[in-house]
Design a protein around this ligand. Structure first.
Ligand code: GLP
Length: 256
């Protein structure tokens, strides 16, 4: 894992933006795995301001709430179209987001996995992290080899996401999420986390034991993960000095 600690969320996002733009320039038909949540807003904002050609890009979103139709204000369909897709020249047919109103969820999930495979797999998976350590919506005790499936939100996530819905009782209990096994097959992962609220989950993911109780810790087994943090999210890392030393002393050819 490469841990990149920046003074604030803007500078950390600038690093992440360079990683994504470099990929899309080198591989115009790249397959991106995308996340939602407030953390990704700065990244998507920055990407819409770069002159990138999205006409050959394919995307797969990590997750969606069960029961929310695409037009629902809080659906991840709406989030993605509002914050990224409608600002770039991506083709609608190349956008994939789990269908929260699918009538046969297991069948939908198997089909989603097949679509990822048919697209050649994910080149770069963007990730946020929940305060309970989830990535996508893989809550603690998710199987470390899980695939796309239905999950029930923990009380913590339910509470965390109530801020978007106005009240807890409006937050769906179920979601469809790519599994940890699905995420681990991406050729590259880019995790972003900002703010003190994420510090514990980040430390558990990066330096904690590999355990289903810390779903993001599975990324320790991935050969190509970058973690972009602001100061506050990095506050509980024991080896922060080392990560800063690595980043400052990168050989020229490895600079981001
Ligand atoms: C959400 C999403 C995750 C996201 C995480 C953090 O519920 N399912 O993909 O990374 O929780 O969200 P935020 O960035 O708003 O803190």
């Amino acid at each position: 894992m490469e841990i990149i600690i920046q003074p604030d969320s803007e500078t950390a996002t600038a690093v992440a933006t360079r990683i994504v733009t470099r990929l899309l320039r080198e591989k115009p038909n790249a397959v991106l795995g995308l996340a939602t949540g407030s953390t990704t807003l700065l990244l998507y904002g920055a990407l819409t301001r770069t002159k990138l050609d999205w006409s050959k890009v394919t995307t797969f979103n990590l997750d969606e709430y069960v029961g929310l139709p695409p037009a629902h204000e809080q659906s991840y369909h709406n989030f993605m179209w509002e914050n990224l897709f409608r600002h770039v020249n991506i083709r609608k047919k190349n956008v994939h987001i789990p269908d929260g109103v699918s009538r046969d969820i297991p069948k939908f999930c198997a089909g989603y996995e097949a679509q990822v495979r048919a697209a050649g797999g994910i080149d770069l998976q963007v990730l946020g992290i929940g305060t309970d350590g989830h990535i996508g919506f893989n809550e603690p005790t998710s199987s470390l080899t899980s695939r796309t499936r239905i999950k029930t939100l923990t009380r913590q996530t339910h509470k965390d996401n109530a801020r978007f819905f106005g009240s807890t009782d409006k937050v769906p209990h179920h979601v469809i999420t790519m599994g940890l096994g699905t995420i681990m097959e991406a050729r590259q992962c880019l995790l972003l986390a900002f703010g003190a609220k994420k510090a514990r989950a980040v430390a558990a993911a990066v330096e904690g034991p590999l355990a289903s109780l810390n779903p993001a810790s599975i990324l320790q087994m991935h050969p190509n993960v970058r973690v972009c943090l602001d100061h506050a999210a990095a506050a509980k890392l024991k080896r922060a000095d080392y990560y800063r030393r690595v980043f400052t002393n990168k050989p020229e050819w490895q600079r981001i």
